[in-house]
Each structure stands twice: as C-alpha cells, then as structure tokens.
Design a protein around this ligand. Structure first.
Ligand code: 2DT
Ligand code: MG
Length: 212
C-alpha cells in the first residue's frame, strides 16, 4: 500500500520513571520485530537552541521563564520538517518527552496558565500514542536521588505530576497509563504491544495537529 506512514509515539512521565531506557529499548524491539523505527528526545540539546536550553537546565545561564518556554517549543518546531518526512516515509518515531513536558513544567511555575503554555505548541504533529510511565514519588525516590539540574527538586516534581494529571484528562489525545513500577522487561512488553497496535491503526491516516 502506497503512503503507509509511521506512528508518532511519545513517552512522558516523572523523573526516574524510565522514559529514556524504555524509549531506547522500544526502538530496538520494534526494529527486531520488523518495523522501521527511530528515537528522538526533547529537549534536543545539540542544536543552537538546544544548547541554550541545556545551559539553562544546568544552571549555567539564567533565561527568563517565558523565554525559555518558547525556546523549548522552538526546539520542537525546528525538528518538525524532519519528523514529518520520516513519518511519511514510514518510520515510526519514539519520542522521549514532547509538548506535554513543556506544559507540565512551565505551568508549575508561578503565574503560568496551561492555556498560555500550550499555545506555542499548537499545531505540532499530534502523537498517535502517549505512553505515560506512572511511578509514585516514593517509588521514584527509591530509585535514587535527584540530579543537579534546575527542575530536579521534589517540590517542583510534585507540581509537575499534578499538571500531567490535568493534561491526561484531554480525551482527544490517546493517553495510556503504564505502571512503571513493573520490571524493565514487563514495561517494555506492555508498551511494545500498544505500539504495534497503533502502528497498524494509523498507517493509512493523515498526521494530526496537536491541540487544534
Ligand atoms: P531530561 O533531558 O533529563 O529529560 O530533562 N522540559 C522538557 C521542559 O521544561 N520543557 C520542555 O518542553 C521539555 C521537553 C523537563 C529535561 C528537563 O527539561 C524539562 C526536564
Ligand atoms: Mg531525564
């Protein structure tokens, strides 16, 4: 069939829920099972915009809160032409964080509405599946301490978690809650099944637009 596209699959969730590990392993597993798949992550720290973001996260530079939010969004938009090209050529993209991290983190700061936070990401390629790796704060803490980046404090992470809950109420998006307290292999098995289902479901559908 001509025009068979890949699926856009996003992983979100709290720090230490295993997003990066699962994203990497999901790409490997999908490939083993005969799918074309590639991984991406946001922020993509290697671009010019990404370097500014990375310096902010590492507390090496101070960027005004609205400004850094818009940089995170720009860091996604700059990848959109490539993402669309890959999806249209039949490659499934597994993405470690996306616009939902953008909204959950910035709207956890004082005086930021979810509405304001979503606006710059409106119209991005819409994920076909959002896997939320769900882990309690206690279980997350048991996996080890925080790193040294700017958002890595437990107070802030609690607020972020609440924002994710609100975002998950949006039934126009295909959120799937995954129990991230399972073993790495069990989580992988679960999300591989969900991913293969969605790859089949969307292969003849156009790419959607987020929040429009
Ligand atoms: P990691 O590289 O460890 O995932 O941390 N963030 C991310 C935002 O504040 N806005 C965004 O749009 C995105 C994608 C989440 C990156 C940190 O950056 C935060 C944690
Ligand atoms: Mg991380």
């Amino acid at each position: 069939m001509a025009g068979r596209r890949g699926a856009l699959i996003v992983l979100e969730g709290a720090d230490r829920a295993g997003k990066s590990t699962q994203a990497r392993r999901l790409v490997e597993r999908l490939r083993q099972r005969g799918h074309r798949a590639d991984g991406m992550r946001f922020p993509e720290r290697t671009t010019e915009i990404g370097k500014l973001i990375s310096s902010y996260l590492e507390k090496k530079s101070n960027i005004e809160d609205h400004t850094v939010h818009l940089l995170f969004s720009a860091n996604r938009w700059e990848q959109v032409p490539m993402m669309k090209e890959m999806l249209r050529s039949g490659v499934t993209l597994v993405v470690d964080r996306y616009a939902f991290s953008g909204v959950a983190f910035t709207s956890s700061k004082e005086n930021f509405s979810m509405k304001w936070c979503k606006q710059p990401d409106e119209g991005l390629p819409k994920p076909d599946l959002i896997l939320f790796l769900n882990l309690s704060p206690e279980a997350a803490a048991a996996r080890g301490g925080f790193g040294n980046e700017i958002y890595e404090t437990s107070d802030f992470q609690v607020k972020v978690q609440k924002r994710y809950q609100e975002l998950m109420e949006d039934k126009s998006l295909n959120w799937k809650l995954v129990d991230a307290s399972q073993t790495v292999d069990d989580v992988l098995k679960e999300i591989t099944g969900m991913s293969e289902g969605i790859i089949e479901d969307v292969k003849d559908q156009p790419i959607g637009k987020l929040w429009t």
